[in-house]
Structure formats: C-alpha cells, structure tokens
Write a protein that binds this ligand. Structure first.
Ligand SMILES: C[S@@+](CC[C@H](N)C(=O)[O-])C[C@H]1O[C@@H](n2cnc3c(N)ncnc32)[C@H](O)[C@@H]1O
Length: 218
C-alpha cells in the first residue's frame, strides 16, 4: 500500500513539473472543466503538460474570486496563461478590452485559444511572450506566476512585464506563502514597484502592484 502511494506521488510530480516546458512531450489527454465564478462561467479544456489539469487551481480561484478592480478597456495581460482561466475571466468581465494571454508553453497557448473559441470569447490575443509588441502597455495585469522557474528567472520576468504597466495600471499576483510570497512583495518594493497585500487565505497571498513611478520603459 505504501509503495503504491509513493509511486503515485512520484508520477504526479513528474507530470506537474512539465507544465512550464515550451513544448511538452507528454501525451495529450484532455479533461474539460466547468468553471463557475459568482459573475461569470465557462468551460475549459485542460491537458497533461499544462498547469492544473482537470481543475481550477486553488490560487487562481482565490485571485478570480477576490473582486479585484479591472480596467474596462485597453490592453490587459494574463502573464502565464496556462489553459486560460484568468484570461477568460478578464475577457468576460471586460468585453471592451483586449486581453493578452501569454505563455512559453505551446500546448498551453493552444488550449487557451481553443478555450476562448469554445466560449465564444473574441477579445483574447494568445501569444508567445516574445511576440507581444514592445510598445503595448497594460492597464491591468493578473497572474498566478510561475514561481517554480526559480527566483532569478521570476524576478526577471516580473521586472519585464510590470515595466509594461500603463502609468495608472495595476497588477495582482497570487503566490503561495511558503513559496516566498512575502519576500517577493518586499523585493517588489525594493524595485520601487509599490506593492501591498490585498488578501491572504489558506496559505496564499494576493499581492497588489502599482506601476513604477519612474520606470524609463513606460
Ligand atoms: C502557475 S501557472 C498558471 C497557469 C494559469 N494562469 C492558471 O492559473 O491556471 C504559470 C504559467 O506560467 C507559464 N510560464 C512559465 N514561464 C513563463 C515565461 N517566462 N513567460 C510566460 N509564461 C511562463 C507556465 O507555462 C504556466 O502555464
């Protein structure tokens, strides 16, 4: 019994570790999930090799249920879109906006695009991060960021995309406390991104970030 359990845990780890690969080699095996939030609902195809197969991630759910302000128009960003639950929610809540859904994982981008189509959502642009024009500025950025890529890569990623916030834009990041949410918030402050805790629940922190007052890239 003990051995079976250990094997199960190891297989889970192997599959979940592949979620941020650019081109997952694991065989596709889709599962469709119904997502119901207080104000919007959609169905979402998920798959192996992509984060959170078969369910809406707990941290993502916290972000989407937090009643965060969101710009009604302009460009919005879901950084690390996976199958697209954040992008879909943003697009449904702000139908006059354009939601950029970026991910390094090609299978995730394919799922996100199909999920937009299957729900009749026409205001999502799914893109490889490198294909987003450098002059696009985001009024709202939401992300369940890829903490597991490592601190240095995560910092570089956040500096890049938060540097593309519009002057009065805001970002919200959901991060597990035990994966360094509080030190990430402090680090953002040290980079002169005003950051504060918007919420805390069941080991997760919701971090609010405002645009850099003097960022030369704006
Ligand atoms: C924690 S998952 C969140 C996925 C999805 N937003 C959700 O809530 O279910 C983080 C995502 O970031 C993606 N990712 C990893 N490195 C990235 C990078 N450098 N640029 C953009 N996305 C990246 C991963 O492939 C993964 O899909």
């Amino acid at each position: 019994m003990r051995i079976v359990y250990d094997i199960h845990v190891r297989l889970e780890r192997v599959t979940s570790d592949q979620y941020f690969e650019s081109d997952p080699s694991v065989a596709s095996d889709p599962i469709v999930v119904d997502v119901t939030l207080p104000d919007v609902a959609f169905t979402m195809e998920t798959d192996r090799g992509v984060f959170s197969r078969g369910h809406l991630d707990t941290a993502t759910s916290m972000l989407l249920r937090a009643d965060l302000p969101i710009a009604a128009e302009g460009n919005l960003l879901d950084l690390g879109c996976g199958a697209g639950p954040i992008a879909l929610t943003m697009a449904l809540r702000s139908p006059a906006a354009t939601v950029w859904a970026v991910d390094v994982n090609a299978r995730a981008r394919g799922l996100c695009a199909r999920n937009a189509a299957r729900n009749g959502v026409g205001n999502i642009v799914v893109a490889d991060p490198g294909d987003v024009p450098a002059d696009v500025r985001f009024a709202t950025i939401w992300s369940n960021p890829p903490i597991r890529i490592g601190k240095e890569a995560l910092h570089e990623l956040l500096l890049h995309w938060l540097g593309h916030l519009a002057p009065d834009g805001t970002a919200a990041l959901v991060v597990q406390k035990h994966l360094g949410a509080d030190s990430l918030q402090r680090w953002l402050g040290e980079q002169r991104f005003p950051a504060d805790r918007l919420g805390s629940k069941a080991g997760y922190r919701l971090i609010g970030v405002a645009s850099h007052p003097t960022d030369p890239r704006r």
